[in-house]
Ligand binder design. Structure first.
Ligand code: GLU
Length: 487
């Protein structure tokens, strides 16, 4: 293990979004590449919106993708607790320290007073900043406000005007002026610290060396740097990942067209985790030679923060589908079969309990149709030709095709020759069909086209000899008979 320690710090306030999982992935890749430690910290200071169900979902989806956490809420570790709601006493200690050192102060302003302050600033054409009302309260004034029953928040005392430079591994030097900030709240009046405070304490105490997160947090970083400074702590390195945009170039959200925004939706449709990883890795990162298809291992080996782009990436579903199709074809057949079975059951193609024979039948089908799949749920669009009585999906075209000259001879011969065959293994059928074509006075098109309509009811589909092999002798001959009735 190297000294590198990174963390993924989601808030369990909803389903896990594609943007969050890309953050989780880059964090994980960075650690695995550098032999570092991954930490999963749950940031549940938003008490109203955080739930343990959402925490479970985060773990479930990162497990599914194979992103493992060396330390965290489930794995434990020496730097716990790893859930912010269990760390309140830790934060309190540092809040007290800041107050004692006059770097933070209690603020008794009510919501109404703060609203007024904002309105006043607005009227003067100024940015809505806290006006420092409680900055210099005397002990007596404080006591009086407390006697009124006011619960104070704690505000950070913004130092005199100064430049704050974020040295970002993706964006380079980004300069902020403390002028854009105000005395921001670090503990809310309910006693819960704010994100900007808790994140600093946790990252420091957990000895995080690299904070990797979405670019939406870049603007929080100056506040965090001020807190590091006030506590006399060295800040970690930061890497803010570019935003992900929908195909309409707006921020990826439920409304951005065709893209699903939650990881669970991709899992449910039968996208493979390695394909989603491949795709997400390229949302922000690229390899030196522009390679696009990677195994997870290859991404780990090639990954570097220097090659993370600082401009937004567009989520291209078509590219994801193409990649997923590739990974489906690369995967072990058994795995795709197991993924396919629930979809086939759902559509009542197969029973809930499968005999060995039925399972083998499904294996053969998946083997021939997987080339056509972008994601496994699509399998139900391709398997009707293997179940139940044949329906002519493209009836008009089939009838027209059957009316061509010599089709009767083609189908008769096919029927006769296939009827006399006992071995229906794919190789044997392939050989036999080639030999039949050779013996007939017609070209390939006039042979395969009617044969395909006769055997599948459609004008296109998987390799015909494979279809015949799966259907077996009885069904093949039945279908040829049915077609001959239409010729
Ligand atoms: N809880 C924050 C979020 O989910 C984490 C931000 C950070 O990584 O610092 O956005």
């Amino acid at each position: 293990m190297s000294d590198i320690r990174v963390r993924f710090a989601p808030s369990p306030t909803g389903q896990i979004h594609i943007g969050n999982i890309r953050t989780a992935l880059f964090t994980w890749l960075y650690a695995r590449k550098h032999n570092g430690t991954t930490v999963l910290r749950i940031e549940d200071t938003d008490k109203k919106r955080s739930t343990t169900e959402f925490e479970e979902i985060i773990l479930q989806e990162t497990d599914w993708l194979g992103l493992d956490w060396d330390e965290g809420v489930r794995a434990g570790g020496d730097y716990g607790p790893y859930r912010q709601s269990n760390r309140l006493d830790i934060y309190e200690k540092y809040i007290e320290k800041l107050i004692e050192e006059d770097k933070a102060y209690y603020c008794y302003c009510t919501d109404e007073e703060l609203d007024e302050m904002r309105e006043e600033a607005k009227a003067k054409g100024k940015p809505p900043k806290y006006n420092g009302k409680c900055r210099n309260l005397s002990e007596e004034e404080r006591k009086q406000l407390e006697a009124e029953g006011r619960e104070p928040a704690v505000r950070f005392k913004l130092p005199e005007e100064r430049k704050i430079i974020v040295n970002d591994l993706v964006h380079g030097e980004v300069e902020f002026s403390s002028e854009v900030l105000d005395d921001f709240v670090i503990v809310k009046s309910d006693g819960i610290p704010t994100y900007n405070f808790a994140v600093v304490v946790d990252d420091h105490l957990m000895e995080i060396t690299h904070v990797i997160r979405g670019e939406d947090h870049l603007s929080n970083t100056p506040k965090q740097l001020l807190i590091y400074n006030a506590l006399d702590w060295a800040a970690p390195d930061f890497a803010h990942l570019p935003m992900i945009l929908g195909s309409d170039k707006s921020k990826l959200s439920k409304r951005s067209g065709e893209a699903y925004v939650y990881v669970s939706e991709y899992r449910k449709k039968g996208y493979l985790p390695e394909a989603l990883i491949n795709f997400l890795a390229l949302l922000g990162w690229s390899s030196a030679d522009d390679q696009e298809l990677f195994t997870v291992e290859e991404i780990i080996n090639n990954f570097s923060m220097e090659r993370v782009n600082n401009s937004p990436s567009v989520f291209d579903v078509e590219k994801l589908d193409w990649m997923n199709g590739h990974h489906i074809r690369e995967a072990k057949l058994d795995r795709i079969v197991d993924l396919a079975i629930p979809y086939l059951q759902e559509e009542d193609y197969i029973n809930d309990e499968l005999s060995d024979e039925e399972y083998d039948y499904v294996v053969q089908i998946v083997d021939v149709v997987r080339d056509s799949l972008d994601y496994v749920a699509q399998i139900t669009d391709h398997v009707d030709i293997f179940f139940g009585e044949l329906e002519y999906k493209d009836r008009q075209e089939a009838v027209e095709c059957f009316q061509q000259e010599d089709v009767d001879l083609v189908l008769e011969t096919l029927k006769e020759r296939l009827a006399s065959l006992d071995d229906y293994s794919p190789d044997v059928i392939l050989e036999e069909m080639r030999s039949i074509l050779n013996d007939l006075p017609v070209g390939g098109r006039l042979f395969y086209h009617p044969a395909r309509y006769a055997l599948t009811g459609k004008g296109s589909g998987p390799e015909l000899y494979k279809v015949v092999s799966i259907l077996g002798k009885e069904e093949t001959i039945n279908r040829l008979d049915k077609a001959l009735d239409l010729v």
